[in-house]
Design a protein around this ligand. Structure first.
Ligand code: PSU
Ligand code: MN
Length: 300
C-alpha cells in the first residue's frame, strides 16, 4: 500500500541519504499558507545539505513516500484530511481516504520504505494530567518498536516532560541531546531536565544508530536538537500561553487527537504569531541536522 517516488526510490537503491518528513505538521500543525511554505523550505534545506527529502502522507488510501510540491500544497489546504497515527492506518487504507501522518504513522511508512532518519518539529508524549486522562501519544510506543530515528526539538512543551522521559526510558528509547546536556523543550532550549546522552556531531549520532541496528535493538533513537537561540521564545511568555491554552482546552472539553492541534493553534493566537515563527525555525534547524545524520549513516 505504498508508492515511493522515483527520486526517493533511486536514492534508496543506490544508498544515497534520504530523510523522511511527516504531514500532520502540515495539515494539523500550522495554518495555511505558512504550513506549505515551511514544508517546501524544509525539503530545500534537506537538499542543500546533501540528502533527498521524502514527505510522507496517505492519498486515496495509498501511502506516499515523497510527495510532489502539488501534493504538499494539497495537504496544506484541503479540508477533512484525517490525522493518522498507527491505529488509523488500516481504516484510511481500506476506505481509500487522505491521511496526514503523525510521527508514529510516518515512522511506520518510512520503515516500510527503508528510510532510517526522520525529521519533525516536536515529539508527542505524555500529556499533563495523563494520570487521569491516559493521554499518551502513540509516538512513544512507536519509538519503542519501529526502526526509524527521529530528529526533533524535544517533546512539545505542552506535555508533561518528566513523565515523557520516564516513559521513553521504560520503552528503551535513548534520548540524545545534540550539543547539549539539557533536554530542549520545543519552543525554548531549556526544560531543566537532562538528556540521557550528549552527542556533538552527526557522525556520533550515526554511530549510535548503527549500533542499535547491528545489535537488533528494535526501535528508534530520539535526537533532540535545541531551537537556535535567536528564535527561542521567552520562557515566561510561552509558559503562560501554554497554561492558558490548556485551561481553554479543558473548558471546551477538547480531548484525544484534537488536543495537540488545538493547543498549538491557541498558543499561536495567544503569542500573536510568535510561537508559529519559532515552530517554523526549529523544524528548519532539525532538517539540517537530519540531512547530516542521514549522510553520515549512508557511509556505514
Ligand atoms: N511537530 C510540530 N507540530 C506538530 C507535530 C509535530 O512541530 O503538529 C505533530 C506530529 O505529527 C506528532 C503529533 O506526532 O503532533 C502529536 O500528536 P498527538 O499528541 O495527538 O500524538
Ligand atoms: Mn493523544
Amino acid at each position: 500500500m505504498i508508492k515511493i517516488n522515483p527520486e526517493v526510490k533511486k536514492a534508496l537503491e543506490t544508498g544515497k541519504p534520504v530523510v523522511a518528513l511527516e504531514s500532520t505538521i502540515i495539515s494539523h500543525g500550522m495554518p495555511y499558507p505558512k504550513n506549505v511554505e515551511t514544508a517546501l523550505k524544509v525539503e530545500k534545506v534537506i537538499r542543500d545539505n546533501g540528502a533527498v527529502p521524502a514527505t510522507i502522507g496517505i492519498v486515496d488510501g495509498v501511502g506516499i513516500i515523497g510527495m510532489t510540491p502539488e501534493e504538499i500544497e494539497e495537504f496544506g489546504k484541503r479540508k477533512g484530511i484525517i490525522k493518522v497515527s498507527r491505529r488509523d492506518i488500516p481504516v484510511i487504507y481500506a476506505k481509500k481516504m487522505w491521511g496526514a501522518t503523525t510521527v508514529s504513522a510516518t515512522m511506520i511508512l518510512a520503515n516500510e520504505a527503508g528510510i532510517e532518519v526522520f525529521v519533525t518539529g516536536g515529539l508527542g508524549g505524555v500529556h499533563r494530567g495523563a494520570q487521569t486522562t491516559m493521554d499518551i501519544s502513540a509516538d512513544l510506543q512507536e519509538l519503542a518498536k519501529t526502526n526509524v530515528s527521529v530528529v526533533c526539538a524535544g517533546p512539545k512543551s505542552i506535555l508533561d516532560i518528566p513523565l515523557t522521559l520516564e516513559y521513553l526510558e521504560t520503552m528503551g528509547v535513548p534520548v540524545l541531546g545534540y550539543q547539549t546536556d539539557e533536554l530542549p523543550d520545543f519552543f525554548t532550549r531549556h526544560s531543566g531536565h537532562k538528556v540521557d546522552y550528549r552527542v556533538d556531531s552527526p557522525k556520533e549520532i550515526a554511530d549510535i544508530i548503527y549500533q542499535k541496528r547491528t545489535n537488533n535493538l528494535c526501535g528508534g533513537v530520539l535526537i533532540t536538537n535545541p531551537i537556535p537561540e535567536e528564535y527561542s521564545m521567552d520562557s515566561k511568555i510561552i509558559k503562560d500561553a501554554i497554561d492558558k491554552a490548556i485551561k481553554e482546552m479543558d473548558k471546551q472539553g477538547i480531548k484525544g487527537k484534537e488536543s495537540t492541534p488545538f493547543l498549538l493553534k491557541t498558543i499561536v493566537e495567544l503569542t500573536g504569531g510568535d510561537s508559529l515563527e519559532s515552530n517554523i525555525q526549529l523544524v528548519l534547524n532539525n532538517a539540517k541536522l537530519g540531512a547530516l545524520i542521514a549522510k553520515e549513516y549512508s557511509l556505514k
